[in-house]
Write a protein that binds this ligand. Structure first.
Ligand SMILES: [Zn+2]
Length: 128
């Protein structure tokens, strides 16, 4: 029981499904879903509905807390690096590396090791 996560949806317990009905026979209630894992919202919600409910209730506060964008971001040479990989051998003619950085502004490519590809902290981007 302790390994189960609760759906963070603020209205989860109000949706009528058989799997939400829990408790002793004479005192069953509709309850928030509990599961070992969820698919939505980074593993916090049992459904898109529940994710949307949470966002409707708390989204504005969360955005204000972590910083609301007040000006548009710009894609520049400095922040346009993205990791890509070639999945098929026909994409790797002429010995091209499987993993590489691709700059969405300059179109430049730079080879990457698999370790660098998997390292989510590794980036060439220097600006936001
Ligand atoms: Zn839910």
């Amino acid at each position: 029981m302790s390994n189960l996560k609760l759906c963070q949806g603020t209205m989860c317990h109000t949706y009528h499904t058989q799997d939400r009905v829990k408790g002793p026979k004479e005192n069953k209630t509709n309850q928030t879903r509990r599961r070992s894992s969820f698919y939505y919202g980074n593993g916090n919600f049992c459904s898109l509905n529940c994710q949307n409910d949470w966002f409707n209730d708390f989204g504005d506060k969360a955005i204000d807390h972590f910083g609301r964008l007040t000006e548009p971001k710009h894609l520049t040479e400095e922040n346009a690096w993205e990791k890509r990989q070639r999945h098929y051998s026909w994409q790797r003619e002429n010995g091209e590396p499987r993993y590489f950085f691709y700059n969405g502004v300059t179109k430049e490519q730079r080879p990457l090791t698999e370790q660098q590809y998997d390292d989510s902290n590794y980036t060439l981007n220097t600006g936001e």
